[in-house]
Design a binder for this molecule. Structure first.
Ligand code: 26Q
Length: 831
C-alpha cells in the first residue's frame, strides 16, 4: 500500500527556492534583497501554486475518468482566511518551505503575515463552508464550492475613540496568486424585462425572457488542497463583467441608456459582501447577487454534466446541490427553468430532477434572519423564475389541501403558515424545504427546535426530509497550523493520525493524569499566551499578563450572543474589587473581539461600552492589574488562530435556543480552553463529550427560554428592584460612570434591558435573568483555575474529547446520509 507521504508530492526544496527567485525577478524585475515582503509573498504564492497545479490537473482528470457523484456547495460566503499556510500544511510542505525561506533569510511567519485574509464571509456560516471544502478534499470527495468573488470582503474594523469604524477591505489590491481566471466558462445572466409565451411547431409553449438586462459571469477558480492525498478540488467564485464594450456614437439614446445601466449592473453586483450576520435586509442588490452566482453555477453544473452524459433526467445521479442557508435557494427555480426552457423537460420530469438534487441547511431560528422577498421586487427582477416559483407554490398548496382537507378545519391556517408565496412575499425557507430532499439543522438541539417549533408544520408534512448534521471544524487549520506547539506535543505522544482522524486525539487522555504532561501542556499554553500578549501589545498598545486567566469571547457581535452580559459582569466584578479591596481575586484578562453589522446600533454601542469599560479599568492603578479588558481590533480568521491557541476560558454565553450551533466553541475546545457556556447549540454536545465536570454551565435552558417567550412571565424590573449589585451596574450605564462626557451615551442599552416602552420586550435575551447564574459560574471558573492541576487535567480532556467536532466527521455524515458521493483515490504518481 502506498504510504501517505508517497502519494503526496515529493517536495523539491531547491526547485522551490529557484522558483521564488525567478518569480521575484519576472514579476517585479527585482532581486531578492530588493523585494518587499509583499512581493516575496506573491512570488512564494506563485511558486506554491506551481506545486499545486499538477495535482489539480491530475485530480480533475481522475474525476473525468471515474465520473463520481459530486456536491456543489452553494454559498454566498466562503470565509477562507489566508491560503498560503493552509496550502503548505495540506501539501505537507510547511516545514520544508519554512526552511527554504530561512535559507533566503526570511521568516515564514512574516511572509504569511503579508497575505490578506480572503474574508468573503461574515462569520460562522461562511467559515463552516471553508472548513467543509477542506474536509471534502481531504476525504477524497469531488466537490465544487460555488460563490461570489466580492471585490470587497468583510470590512476591516478600526476602533477610533472606542467606536467601530468600517474600512473597505481591498483584498485584491496586490493580486491573488492562488486564483485562476477561467474566461472560457463565462455565462450570461439575465435580469428584468418580461416573459413572452410563444408556441413552437408542436404547439408547445415556449417561454422567452425579453427586453432584459444582462451581465457576464466570469469564474475564478481557487484550488482546495486535500491533506496529504494529492486531491485538489475547486472553489469557483464568480466575477461580473459588462456584456459588451459599447461605443458612444453607435447607439441610439435608448440603447445607450441600457448599455450604461448594464455596465453599472456589472460594476455593482459583486462589489461588496453584505456585512450582516443573522439578519435579513431586503435589498434589491442582494437578490441580484444571489441570482447572479446561482444562475452561473447552475448553468455550469448542467453544462458540465451534459459534456459527459446524454440524459439530463439522470442529473441527480451525479450531482447534488447543498444550499448553505436560504441565500442560494433561487437555485431550485433556476434549475427548473433550465430543465424546462433549455432542455424541454415537462414540469413533472423537471420537478423530479430538482427535488432529487437540492438539499437545504438551516443555520438559524432567529426570525429576523428569515428571507422573505417582496413579490414586486422578486418578479420584477426575475420574471421567469418567479413564474416557476408561483407554480411550485400553486402545486404545494394543492398538497396542503390534500393533507389537510377542508373538513379538518386546518386548511386555511396551514396555507397561511406554510405557503411559499403569501401576503405579498416569497418565503425562501419554505421554497427550500418543499423543493429539497433534505433539511438539516447544524446541532442536535437546533434540529430538535426546528422539528418541534420553528418548522413543525413542515416536519409534520415531510418528516423524512429532516435530519441533523452537527457542525465541525478542520483541525488542520485550527490546531496543526494555529497551534504548532500543541500540535507537536500531541503528535509526539500519540502520533500524527489525529490530523486526518480526529477521534484518535482521544489517546492523549492519559496525559491528563500525568503530572509531567500537565506541566508541559500548561507551559505550551503559557507560550501561546505570551504570543497573544505580544500581538495585543503591538496592535492595541495594551500590556496584558500571561499569568492571568485569559477569558475570551470572540465572535460576531449580536444581542443574542450576549457580549453585553459579559461586559456587565466585568463592571460588576470591578465594583466588587473596589468595594472589597481585600477580596481574593485571581487576575483575569477579559478579551473581546467582534465585528458589528454596520447598521446595528445596539451592537455598535456595545463595542463602545466594552472599550469605555476597558479605559476605566485598565487605567485604575488601585486594582493592581487584577482585571484587564482588551478589545481586539478587526477580529478575523488569521488572528483567531492566535487567539484560540492562547485561551483559557471559552465564553459561549448565547441565550439558550438562539445559537444554532456555534463553531468557535469547538475551536477553543480543540486548543484546550474550558467552555463557560449555556446549554445552547453545540455546547450541549461539547459538554456531553467532555463531561459536565470539565466545563462550566449556567443559565436558563432552551425550554425555559421558549416557554417564557410563548407564555410571558419574566419581568426584568423584578430583578432590578431586588438585586442591589445588578442595579448598581445598570445605573452605571446611565449616570456617566463610563461616559462622563455624555452620561446618556449608553441609555439605549439600559433601555433594551429594562424599558418596555422603547422596545416591545424588555431584556429579550434574558441577560438579567441569567446574570446571577453567570456570576456564580465565573466564580467557579476562578476556583477551578486556582487548582492548576485540576485545570490542566480538564483542559487536556477538552483536547482529548474534541474528536467529534472535526468537519471530517460532519462531511462524512453529509456524504453517508444526504449526498451519497463516491470516494476518489488518486493513482500513485510516477513522475
Ligand atoms: C441575509 C440576508 C441579507 C443579508 C445577509 C444575510 C445573512 C448573512 C449571513 C444572514 C445570515 C448570515 C449568517 C448566519 C450565520 O453565520 N449563522 C451561523 O451559522 C453557523 C454555522 O452553522 C452556526 O454555528 C451559528 O450558530 C449560526 O449563527
Amino acid at each position: 500500500m502506498a504510504k501517505k507521504s508517497e502519494i503526496a508530492l515529493q517536495f523539491d526544496k531547491e526547485l522551490f527556492i529557484r522558483s521564488v527567485k525567478y518569480n521575484v525577478k519576472t514579476l517585479y524585475r527585482k532581486s531578492m534583497d530588493e523585494a518587499t515582503g509583499q512581493e516575496i509573498f506573491q512570488a512564494a504564492g506563485y511558486a506554491i501554486k506551481d506545486v499545486i497545479i499538477d495535482n489539480w490537473m491530475a485530480t480533475q482528470k481522475e474525476y473525468e475518468k471515474k465520473d463520481p457523484k459530486m456536491v456543489y456547495y452553494m454559498s454566498m460566503e466562503f470565509l477562507m482566511g489566508r491560503a498560503m499556510g493552509n496550502n503548505l500544511i495540506n501539501l505537507q510542505a510547511y516545514k520544508a518551505v519554512a526552511e527554504c525561506l530561512e535559507e533566503l533569510g526570511l521568516d515564514i511567519n512574516v511572509i504569511e503575515d503579508q497575505e490578506p485574509d480572503a474574508a468573503l464571509g461574515n462569520g460562522g456560516l461562511g467559515r463552516l463552508a471553508a472548513c467543509f471544502l477542506d474536509s471534502l478534499a481531504t476525504l477524497g470527495y469531488g466537490a465544487y464550492g460555488c460563490g461570489i468573488r466580492y471585490r470587497y470582503g468583510m470590512f476591516k474594523q478600526e476602533i477610533r475613540d472606542g467606536y467601530q469604524v468600517e474600512v473597505p477591505d481591498n483584498w485584491l489590491e496586490h493580486g491573488n496568486p492562488f486564483e485562476l481566471r477561467r474566461p472560457e466558462y463565462t455565462k450570461e445572466i439575465k435580469f428584468g424585462g418580461y416573459v413572452n409565451v410563444y408556441q413552437d411547431e408542436n404547439g408547445k409553449n415556449v417561454f422567452k425572457q425579453e427586453n432584459y438586462q444582462s451581465v457576464m459571469a466570469v469564474p475564478f477558480d481557487v484550488p482546495i488542497v486535500g491533506y496529504g492525498n494529492g486531491i485538489v478540488n475547486t472553489l469557483r467564485i464568480w466575477d461580473a463583467e459588462p456584456v459588451q464594450c459599447f461605443q458612444l456614437d453607435s447607439f441610439d439614446k435608448g440603447d445607450y441608456q441600457k448599455a450604461v445601466e448594464q455596465e453599472n449592473l456589472a460594476r455593482n453586483i459583486v462589489e461588496v459582501l453584505y456585512p450582516n450576520d443573522n439578519h435579513y435586509a431586503g435589498k434589491e442588490l442582494r437578490l441580484k447577487q444571489q441570482y447572479f452566482f446561482i444562475s452561473a453555477s447552475v448553468q455550469e453544473a448542467v453544462a458540465k454534466y451534459m459534456r459527459s452524459h446524454d440524459d439530463i433526467r439522470k442529473f441527480a445521479d451525479k450531482v447534488t446541490f447543498q444550499l448553505n442557508d436560504t441565500h442560494p435557494t433561487v437555485a431550485v427555480a433556476e434549475l427548473m427553468r433550465i430543465l424546462m426552457d433549455d432542455y424541454c423537460l415537462e414540469w413533472d420530469e423537471a420537478w423530479e430532477v430538482t427535488t432529487k438534487t437540492c438539499a437545504y441547511t438551516n443555520h438559524t431560528i432567529m426570525s429576523e434572519a428569515l428571507e422573505k422577498w417582496p413579490i414586486e421586487l422578486f418578479s420584477r427582477l426575475l420574471p421567469r423564475v418567479y413564474q416557476i416559483v408561483e407554480e411550485i407554490n400553486r402545486r404545494f398548496i394543492l398538497d396542503i389541501e390534500k393533507k389537510y382537507p377542508y373538513e379538518t378545519g386546518l386548511t386555511q391556517e396551514k396555507i397561511r403558515k406554510m405557503a411559499i408565496v403569501y401576503d405579498g412575499q416569497v418565503k425562501m425557507a419554505h421554497l427550500a424545504i418543499v423543493a429539497g430532499y433534505s433539511v438539516n439543522g447544524v446541532a442536535r438541539l437546533h434540529t430538535e427546535i426546528l422539528k418541534n417549533q420553528e418548522l413543525h408544520d413542515f416536519y409534520e408534512m415531510f418528516p423524512e426530509k429532516f435530519n441533523n448534521k452537527t457542525n465541525g471544524i478542520t483541525q488542520r487549520r485550527f490546531l496543526l497550523h494555529a497551534n504548532p506547539l500543541l500540535a507537536d506535543w500531541v503528535t509526539e505522544r500519540i502520533g500524527d493520525g489525529w490530523i486526518t482522524d480526529l477521534k484518535k486525539i482521544n489517546k492523549i487522555k492519559s496525559a491528563a493524569n500525568d503530572p509531567k504532561a500537565r506541566e508541559q501542556f500548561m507551559a505550551i499554553k503559557f507560550q501561546n499566551k505570551v504570543r497573544l500578549a505580544k500581538y495585543i501589545k503591538e496592535h492595541n498598545g495594551v500590556d496584558i499578563d500571561p499569568n492571568s486567566i485569559y477569558d475570551v469571547q470572540v465572535k460576531r457581535l449580536h444581542e443574542y450572543k450576549r457580549q453585553l452580559l459579559n461586559i456587565l459582569h466585568v463592571m460588576y466584578l470591578y465594583n466588587q474589587i473596589k468595594e472589597h479591596p481585600e477580596m481574593e481575586f485571581y487576575p483575569r484578562t477579559f478579551i473581546f473581539g467582534a465585528k458589528a453589522a454596520a447598521g446595528y446600533r445596539n451592537a455598535k454601542l456595545t463595542i463602545k461600552l466594552i472599550n469605555s469599560v476597558a479605559d476605566v479599568i485598565n487605567n485604575d492603578e488601585t486594582i493592581d492589574g487584577k482585571i484587564k479588558v482588551v478589545f481586539i481590533e478587526n477580529y478575523r480568521v488569521s488572528n483567531a488562530e492566535i487567539i484560540f491557541a492562547a485561551s483559557d476560558v471559552s465564553e459561549q454565553i448565547s441565550t439558550a435556543s438562539k445559537e444554532a450551533s456555534g463553531t468557535g466553541n469547538m475551536k477553543f475546545m480543540l486548543n484546550g480552553a474550558i467552555t463557560l457556556g449555556t446549554m445552547d447549540g453545540a455546547n450541549v454536545e461539547i459538554v456531553e463529550e467532555v463531561g459536565a465536570d470539565n466545563a462550566v454551565i449556567f443559565g436558563l435552558s432552551s425550554d425555559e427560554v421558549i416557554n417564557f417567550e410563548k407564555f410571558g412571565g419574566y419581568n426584568p424590573m423584578d430583578i432590578f428592584n431586588c438585586d442591589e449589585d445588578i442595579r448598581k451596574v445598570l445605573m452605571q450605564l446611565v449616570n456617566g460612570f463610563y461616559s462622563p462626557d455624555d452620561p446618556e451615551r449608553f441609555r439605549t442599552l439600559y433601555n433594551s434591558l429594562l424599558n418596555t416602552e422603547s422596545t416591545d420586550v424588555a431584556d429579550r435575551y434574558f441577560i438579567l435573568k441569567d446574570f446571577r447564574s453567570y456570576a456564580e459560574a465565573q466564580k467557579k471558573i476562578e476556583e477551578f483555575y486556582r487548582d492548576s492541576d485540576r485545570w490542566a487535567q480538564a483542559a487536556i480532556l477538552n483536547v482529548a474529547c474534541s474528536g467529534k467536532f472535526t468537519s471530517d466527521r460532519t462531511i462524512q455524515e453529509y456524504v453517508d446520509e444526504i449526498w451519497h458521493l463516491d470516494k476518489v483515490k488518486l493513482p500513485k504518481r510516477t513522475s
